[in-house]
Design a protein around this ligand. Structure first.
Ligand code: PMV
Length: 338
């Protein structure tokens, strides 16, 4: 039996534009998905999801997910959970050269589903790691990140960048542009997350942006402008001392960039009333910057604030269900003792 965990993430900048090869900078945060895999003697997959969003369900099936039985949980949640777990199992089987390996799998996650915090990437990364280790064939991190990307790509019908899966595998802050993925050294940033309790439909939101980009040259320019924001931001981070606390100037400039980034995402139609409300609550509380994180449509915002004001204000903001300070997860995927 092997247990692995992998972190979720927030986007400091660059979501959506990263789909078109522009750079993005996601940061891994200390909210993790934990997956336990135990090899079975048959080729069945039994999945037990014990986390908050899934309310605990158990499914057992053989072969592909097409053969799985109906169970009494909401279909979208089941699809979300099972699709990613199945894709992770397929990648693990392929990587280890054991196409009919069966597993008992348990998933526990602190990361809300579809809320822009990279829950699916964390489950896929931890799942492939736990399953390949259970087969005695652990993967190098680079291969693990690549296989996790392919798993997401398959489930999301090609609407996926490498950003979430690379960040979840490696931890820390990373830069992703197309196939070019690197880890960054950054000072510890004062990140605060606000969550509206909802979720966005990533596929639909990505498709909506794609349509605008095809229809209007200025929408394409907007995505390029997001890429420029990311380049400016990553330069600021590269010039900063990673071992010193971030200067007030750095936080102020990064905050400006986050604010502009949110405005451009909003122009592309991927914000929502609750996300905008939380963004403005954070700014009015004194956050240096605030933006939605991930696909949008609902879910989470991320703000930069060294004081406690943003968190306090979000606690009292109608429509904000949960808020927390997000510590950067320096460690990406890791084996957990059981
Ligand atoms: O909402 P999330 O955490 O799945 O992030 C989606 C980010 C996008 O840039 C919109 C899509 C992608 O795969 O990069």
């Amino acid at each position: 039996m092997t247990t692995a965990s992998a972190p979720g993430k927030v986007y400091l900048f660059g979501e959506h534009a990263v789909v078109y090869g522009e750079p993005a900078v996601p940061c891994a945060i200390e909210k993790r998905a934990t997956v336990t895999a135990e090899k079975r003697d048959d080729d069945h997959i039994r999945v037990e999801a014990a986390d908050l969003s899934l309310n605990g369900f158990v499914v057992e099936y053989a072969g592909s997910t097409a053969n799985r039985p109906d169970v009494d949980v909401p279909q979208p949640l089941l699809e979300a959970a099972m699709g990613y777990i199945d894709a992770a199992v397929q990648q693990a089987r392929q990587a280890a050269g054991v196409p009919d390996a069966g597993f008992d799998i348990t998933v526990e996650s602190e990361i809300p589903l579809g809320a822009g915090l990279g829950s699916s990437a964390a489950v896929v990364v931890a799942g492939i790691d736990a399953a390949t280790r259970a087969l005695g064939e652990p993967l190098e991190r680079t291969e693990l990140a690549e296989r996790a990307y392919r798993a997401e790509y398959d489930v999301q019908d090609g609407q996926a960048s490498r950003a979430d899966t690379f960040c979840s595998t490696m931890g820390g802050a990373v830069r992703v542009a197309g196939e070019d993925c690197t880890r960054l050294s950054t000072p510890t940033l004062p990140l605060v997350v606000g969550f509206d309790g909802g979720a966005g439909d990533t596929g639909k939101l990505v498709a909506g942006v794609r349509k605008l980009r095809e229809q209007y040259s200025f929408a394409a320019d907007t995505l390029e402008a997001i890429g420029d924001i990311v380049s400016t931001g990553e330069q600021l981070l590269a010039d900063a001392d990673p071992n010193a606390p971030p200067s007030d100037e750095l936080i102020a400039e990064l905050g400006d960039l986050m604010n502009i980034n949110h405005g451009l995402l909003s122009a592309l139609g991927v914000s929502s009333r609750s996300l905008d409300t939380m963004v403005w609550a954070a700014r009015e509380a004194g956050a240096e910057g605030a933006k939605l994180t991930g696909a949008g449509g609902g879910g989470c915002i991320v703000a930069l604030d060294q004081s406690d004001e943003t968190e306090t204000s979000l606690q009292y903001t109608p429509g904000c269900e949960n808020t927390f300070r997000a510590a950067l997860a320096e460690e990406g995927v890791r084996v957990e003792d059981v």
